[in-house]
Design a protein around this ligand. Structure first.
Ligand SMILES: C[S@@+](CC[C@H](N)C(=O)[O-])C[C@H]1O[C@@H](n2cnc3c(N)ncnc32)[C@H](O)[C@@H]1O
Length: 263
């Protein structure tokens, strides 16, 4: 049974991540990677899953796409709704809907793109992802795109950081089920997959692109370091620009951008 653990951090999510320096830099990289899939001047119908506070949904809508954005957390959806932008011709539609309910909720409807940003699908175990593989097939048009950003399984910077702090268990946490404390008694089980494992789980799709996101930009809990040493920002941005297209680095980054096409 999937639960809305992120309700506990919805109010602070934007301050802690979306509007942080690291959050902004990593999201910019995701948007850069997304652009080629949106660029043919034809508005796309997009189903965003685990949309959180709606930052991507508004960005996608601004470009003329029709966006339905869903999340299991009612509090996250409330934050997203609060951001309504009157100048936008077409607002995204927000809806509380967990992964388990997508097939039912959108039965008979198909989309050009399904998009999942920043590790929502890492809340799902292998059996759950195999089921979603089938659900996504029925929700996508022929040649539809499934685009996801997952946690990198072997994030080098995380490993280095926690080994240096003498915390080997934390350094290895992405290799097993990690119980992530979200506060207020909420713990989110988190599962990490390599690019190869993800491609096997989404067997009804062809993996067309994978790229590292956060190979030089650090994980968000290192924000205090980035803030303390501002000279680091242009350096990590330049390094990310140079390394961000090298696919084989994907598993070693904080996140991995993966694009699949329906077979
Ligand atoms: C780290 S946040 C990412 C939010 C957003 N995509 C972003 O880019 O900022 C992960 C999101 O996944 C959502 N989530 C977790 N499990 C879910 C599920 N079973 N169904 C739908 N959403 C889920 C959480 O509620 C949370 O909003």
């Amino acid at each position: 049974m999937q639960q809305a653990h992120f309700n506990a951090i919805a109010q602070t999510y934007d301050t802690d991540f979306s509007f942080s320096k690291i959050g902004r830099m990593q999201r910019k990289r995701v948007w850069r990677n997304l652009m080629p899939y949106l660029k043919d001047n034809k508005p796309k119908s997009i189903l965003e899953i685990n949309c959180g506070t709606g930052v991507d949904a508004y960005w996608l809508s601004k470009q003329g796409n029709q966006v339905i954005a869903t999340d299991i957390s009612a509090n996250m959806i409330a934050c997203a709704e609060n951001k309504k932008q009157p100048e936008l011709k077409q607002q995204p539609d927000f809806m509380v809907c967990g992964f388990d309910d997508l097939a039912n909720q959108f039965k008979g409807k198909t989309f050009d793109v399904i998009f999942s940003n920043f590790a929502g699908l890492n809340c799902v175990d292998e059996a759950g992802l195999k089921k979603l593989n089938h659900d996504f097939v029925s929700l996508l048009k022929p040649n539809g795109q499934l685009i996801m950003v997952l946690l990198g399984k072997h994030c080098w910077m995380e490993q280095l950081y926690f080994w240096a702090k003498g915390l080997p268990d934390k350094a290895k946490r992405r290799q097993s089920v990690d119980m992530v404390e979200l506060g207020k008694g909420h713990t989110q089980p988190t599962y990490c997959y390599s690019v190869h494992e993800t491609a096997q789980l989404f067997s009804s799709f062809q993996l067309t692109t994978y790229k590292p996101v956060g190979i030089a930009i650090p994980p968000s809990y290192l924000e205090p370091i980035i803030k303390k040493f501002p000279f680091l920002t242009p350096i990590v941005q330049l390094a990310e620009y140079c390394l961000g297209n090298i696919s084989f680095l994907s598993d070693y980054a904080d996140h991995t951008f993966l694009a699949f096409r329906k077979k």
